[in-house]
Design a protein around this ligand. Structure first.
Ligand code: NAP
Length: 243
């Protein structure tokens, strides 16, 4: 069984790669370029679980690079069973001052990537009559977040795309689900101001941030045989941010 994780060199993607390696999946880690893997031990750490690993470069915003990525993973491992659309970026700013470039770049990387990869991986999985696709959305897509018009738009879109793909691909034995993490400690959230972090913490029922490993354990379930009849769903992993 083979899992492809985009944006897997660090942060939540790395934790997902490690957890799925622990679960016994061969692991294909994609990231933007070699520089993204600098200082990352994700491949060695996955190999320690005795599985096969591969490193792939593709800009997930680019359709032809995504097509080549899916083909390369299938050629290397002999198939693809699980796709985790995890790669994502932020370019925060209040709407009034947000540039077109800020808006468009986030939509391209976070949202278009899910179309690109679900399309090509879905075709491949459809031929095998099985597969799991797990999309990383965010609580920002469910509830909105000031300063994140671009990001929340992309993450809300992912939820609609997840449900659409689940309906299109279900008859071929493929499940498609989304996860919506809350505030998870990673390099992405390290960029938030102390004020933003304090405000977020006060709204979390559990009064702590989540860890990448706590996100990865939900992905592990959705990728497992135990989740064989779960599709088109959004699982919030936020410590009770909004109830
Ligand atoms: P991160 O630490 O910034 O990791 C994101 C990874 O995606 C990086 O390795 C990054 O590469 C890669 N990436 C960026 N643009 C790419 C592209 N065009 N093509 C391929 N790879 C690309 O972020 P994270 O916090 O782990 O977040 C992972 C996912 O979880 C994202 O989708 C994010 O929106 C979502 N999420 C995070 C949180 C949180 O609290 N951290 C909460 C909710 C949802 P570079 O290193 O080269 O930039």
């Amino acid at each position: 069984m083979v899992a492809l994780i985009t944006g897997g060199a660090r942060g939540i993607g790395k934790a997902i790669a490690l957890r799925l390696a622990k679960d016994g999946f061969d692991i294909a880690v994609n990231d933007l370029n070699e520089a993204a893997f600098e200082g990352s031990d994700v491949l060695e750490a996955c190999e320690n679980f005795g599985v096969k690993v591969g490193k792939f470069y593709a800009n997930v915003a680019n359709s032809s690079e995504c097509e080549a990525l899916v083909k390369a993973v299938a050629a290397t491992f002999g198939g693809l069973d699980v796709l985790v659309n995890n790669a994502g970026i932020t370019r925060d700013g209040l709407m009034a001052r947000m540039s077109d470039e800020q808006y468009d770049s986030v939509i391209a990387v976070n949202q278009k990537s899910v179309f690109n990869l679900t399309k090509f991986a879905g075709n491949l999985m459809g031929r095998a009559k099985k597969g799991r696709i797990i999309n990383v959305s965010s609580v920002a897509g469910l509830y909105g977040n000031p300063g994140q018009m671009n990001y929340s738009a992309s993450k809300a879109a992912i939820i609609g795309m997840t449900k659409t793909a689940a309906k299109e691909l279900g008859r071929r034995g493929i499940t498609v689900n989304a996860i919506a993490p809350g505030f998870i400690s990673t390099p992405m959230t390290d960029k938030l101001t102390e004020e933003q972090k304090a405000s977020m913490l006060s709204q979390i029922a559990m009064r702590r941030y989540g860890t990448p490993e706590e996100v990865a354990s939900v992905v592990s379930f959705l990728a497992s045989a135990d989740a064989s009849y779960v599709t088109g769903q959004v699982v919030e992993i936020s410590g009770g941010l909004s109830m």
